[in-house]
Structures are given as structure tokens and as C-alpha cells.
Design a protein around this ligand. Structure first.
Ligand code: ZN
Ligand code: ZN
Length: 453
């Protein structure tokens, strides 16, 4: 929930003053900014959310996200409780912003019947809001279904089992084509539809069950949301002509936070191995000060990983520290590709400066790099920053593997929706260097041939 309003200062230049500290704060900063933004739109909403999670304050929330404190049961004892508490965090009047507690009768809050998503304290407020809401009501209906069906990602129903790709990635240019490639797609979707958790979901959701067509589309959107990150990495590997078949390859995810690492299972990026049949092993290292503890918290590979498989690992710390301590000392491989999912470095001067050490390192070491954004405006601001840093931008545009799931701004739903990884920028080295992409040379240097001896 990063803020994306402010324009970056136009004269930004690498700052030498304490850049590490600002980067260290970045994840924390963005997250607490999200909480603040929430309270600016709907005063008190962040408290409601913390209260629903049985937490006293924002610090408690951070501790739980970081895994510093043993997870509590959040006071949730039944499935009905769980869905109810989640829905409660959406309960405020979209027009006058009142929370249930500040209404004479908290039960007077009513849901929009069409979208089953937003609430109103009175029919006056609903009428007053309609001119703004009608533009988004249809999309918010999908978002309301998705926020329930998303539970099936946690139960393991989504994504369905997949097979190795039968087409080269350059021939798969959209989700539609990706779904077409899936064998027995109807049976696979059907077994999610009729599964135990799907029926448990709708008997506890407290909302009418959507029709089958709507549910199928929701499953597809959530599948795309789950797989958007690995497919975007694959898209980048292909664009930079990284050869996965001649040797093991390494991808670093910079600025990884709890969004990428909380509850991440070691199999979550397996789709990458399916994308590149015949690969010699693909390692993905999550690097960032906000990386959370979990199954993927294990050291990066110093040598080769398992062939034909994806190996996930993490490093909790700043990227240039990771580089100095592990990459320079060859305890971790140099990356064939570096990816940043929504770094948000366009969002404010502080964040931009925090990212400088990383961006300059990537530029100066000529690491093929790919960053994603939530929308076109972010793309434009980010391009400007990267051009001011004189990076050699090799491509940018709409990501064919953007998530199809709408990101609803919880505290301000009547807003143009955004989608994860919707846009991308790729860069490589310094601009003005004549040769452009000399990838042949790069690949030779990067190959880890340790496993062949
Ligand atoms: Zn109202
Ligand atoms: Zn509506």
C-alpha cells in the first residue's frame, strides 16, 4: 500500500549522506506510510485493522510480520470469525468515512448490493456517493469476490498443478495464452470449484455465492496474481537472452519485503522451472531489510543448485551489504538478472535516495535489471529517475504477466484500480556506452560451471 502521489524532485543526484540508513528504513517506512494514508482517508481505520488482528499498535503488527513474536491466533476461532473479521476492516461509510463505532446504530451500515464491497451509513450517503462509485462498482464486485477466493491460495488449492511449458516463452505473450497451454484446464479448475475449501468458504463468508462463471474468473485472476512474479522474472530472463540451459542461473529480488517473503513456500516459484524446460537450475534470492523469517530463509547457494529446479533463498539486509559480504566473497553467485517488484523509488525523495546505492551498483556492474510498477504514472516517474541516473534503459511498457487481480485501496475504494506488476522497465549498464547489450560476453562471465567437473 505504498503512497504514489508525490512527484520525485527533478534534480536528484546520488546522495552520499548516510544512504544505508534511508534504505534500511525503506520497507518499514513504506508500510507505515500505508497505515498513515489509511488514517488520512478514514480516521481510525488502521486501529480497526490492528484491533481485528488482536494487536495493540503498529509495532505489534511489525513484530508479527517480521516473525519476531510468536504468531498469536489473532483471536480467530472459526472460519466464520475469520471471514467476518476480514470483512469488518472494510466496514466504514465510503461517503462520510464514519466507522461503525461512531454511528448511533453501528448496524445501520449497509453494503452496496451490486458490488458487495463498500458500505454506507444511510441511503443519503449512498445517493451522494453514487456518481463517484458507479464508475468502479463493477470492478469492486470482482475485488470483493477475489478477497474471499484468495483464501484458496493459502489452503493450497490455487494455483492448480502445472506442467512444463510446451511453448517457448517468447510465444506466450499473455495470460490467455498461458491458460491455453495448460492441459486439462477445465478439470483442474473444476476440482477447485467443487473442492472442500470452496464450499467451506461460501458457507462461512456471510455473502451470497457468486455464479460459477464469476468464480472461475476469480480463480484465474488469483492464479495470475500468484504467478505474476515468477512469470515476470521469466519474461526478464528471456528479454535479456539469459540462457538457462548451459548453466545454473541466479536471480536476485531486491527490496524484497514481507509482501514477497511472508509465508512464502519453497515451491512458490516452481513455475520458473516449468517455463524453462532443460534448465540447469534457477536460484532466486530475496534480498531486503524487510525479508521475513520462514522456510525460504536459508543461505544463497555458493555453487550449483539442483538442476531443473528452482531454489529459493533469502538475505535479510541491504542489497549493497549483501553484495559486499556474499557476492564479492563468492559465497553467493553474481546475478544473471536483478528484479525489483514495485520498489516505489519514485514515491518520495527519501525513498529515491535510499535506492541510489542499489541502482548505481546495478548500473555500474552492468547487471541486467527489471523493475515493476503499479501503473503508467509510476512508470513515467521511475523512467525519469533512471534516466537521470544515466542508466541504459533497454525496454519499458506494459507487462504481459501483470496480475489480473485488482488492488483495491482499502481506505479509498472509489479510485482507479491498479494491478501488481502492471508495467516494467528494464535497464542494463550506463547509457551512452556504445555497445548496448553485449550479452554473449556477459553470460560467459556469469556462468557457474562448478557442477560439470
Ligand atoms: Zn455516511
Ligand atoms: Zn457497489
Amino acid at each position: 500500500m505504498a503512497q504514489r502521489k508525490q512527484r520525485p524532485s527533478s534534480k536528484s543526484h546520488p546522495s552520499k549522506r548516510n544512504p544505508g540508513a534511508s534504505e534500511a528504513l525503506q520497507g518499514y517506512y513504506m508500510d507505515s506510510l500505508g497505515f498513515q494514508a489509511m488514517d488520512i482517508n478514514v480516521p481510525g481505520l488502521s486501529h480497526v485493522i490492528l484491533q481485528k488482528l488482536n494487536m495493540k499498535n503498529y509495532e505489534d503488527y511489525r513484530s508479527a510480520v517480521d516473525g519476531r513474536k510468536p504468531a498469536t491466533d489473532f483471536g480467530i476461532h472459526t472460519y466464520f470469525d475469520m471471514f467476518q473479521k476480514m470483512e469488518d476492516t472494510f466496514k466504514f461509510c465510503v461517503e462520510c468515512k464514519k466507522l461503525p463505532a461512531s454511528l448511533p446504530n453501528p448496524r445501520s451500515l449497509r453494503r452496496c448490493k451490486r458490488c458487495q464491497n463498500v458500505y454506507y451509513c444511510s441511503s443519503e450517503c449512498q445517493r451522494a456517493n453514487w456518481s463517484g462509485h458507479k464508475k468502479f462498482c463493477k470492478k469492486l464486485k470482482l475485488a470483493a469476490i477475489d478477497r474471499l477466493v484468495e483464501w484458496l491460495v493459502f489452503t493450497g488449492d490455487i494455483p492448480f498443478p502445472v506442467n512444463p511449458w510446451t511453448k517457448h516463452i517468447s510465444e506466450v505473450r499473455s495470460w490467455e495464452e498461458w491458460f491455453c497451454m495448460q492441459e486439462h484446464l477445465e478439470q483442474k479448475l473444476g476440482s477447485i470449484m467443487t473442492g472442500h475449501y470452496m464450499s467451506l468458504l461460501w458457507s462461512n463468508a456471510g455473502k451470497p455465492k457468486p455464479d460459477d462463471g464469476e468464480l472461475l474468473e476469480s480463480i484465474k485472476r488469483l492464479t495470475s496474481d500468484f504467478l505474476s512474479r515468477p512469470l515476470t522474472i521469466g519474461f526478464g530472463l528471456n528479454a535479456f537472452h539469459v540462457d538457462t540451459c548451459t548453466g545454473p542461473i541466479t536471480v536476485h529480488v531486491v527490496g524484497a519485503s514481507h509482501i514477497e517473503t511472508l509465508n512464502t513456500r519453497i515451491s512458490d516459484y516452481d513455475e520458473l522451472a516449468q517455463m524453462f524446460p532443460g534448465n540447469q537450475g534457477i536460484e532466486v534470492v530475496m534480498v531486503g531489510p524487510e525479508v521475513t523469517d520462514g522456510p525460504i530463509m536459508r543461505p544463497p547457494l555458493a555453487a550449483f543448485g539442483p538442476r531443473g529446479k528452482v531454489y529459493l533463498s533469502s538475505f535479510k539486509g541491504l542489497y549493497h551489504d549483501f553484495w559486499e559480504t556474499l557476492v564479492e566473497s563468492q559465497q553467493a553467485a553474481r546475478p544473471n538478472l536483478v528484479v525489483g517488484f514495485h520498489p516505489g523509488f519514485h514515491a518520495s525523495q527519501g525513498l529515491t535516495e535510499g535506492w541510489f546505492p542499489t541502482l548505481l551498483l546495478l548500473r555500474d556492474y552492468k547487471i541486467p535489471s527489471l523493475f515493476t510498477m503499479y501503473n503508467e504514472q509510476e512508470l513515467r516517474y521511475s523512467l525519469q529517475i533512471l534516466m537521470e541516473l544515466e542508466t541504459n534503459i533497454t525496454a519499458h511498457g506494459i507487462n504481459p504477466f501483470a496480475s489480473l487481480k485488482l488492488e483495491q485501496v482499502q481506505s479509498n475504494p472509489n479510485k482507479q484500480p491498479v494491478y501488481s506488476n502492471s508495467h516494467y522497465i528494464m535497464f542494463y549498464g550506463l547509457s551512452g556506452e556504445d555497445e548496448g547489450l553485449n550479452l554473449g560476453e556477459l553470460e560467459e562471465k556469469e556462468d557457474k560451471d562448478d557442477d560439470e567437473a
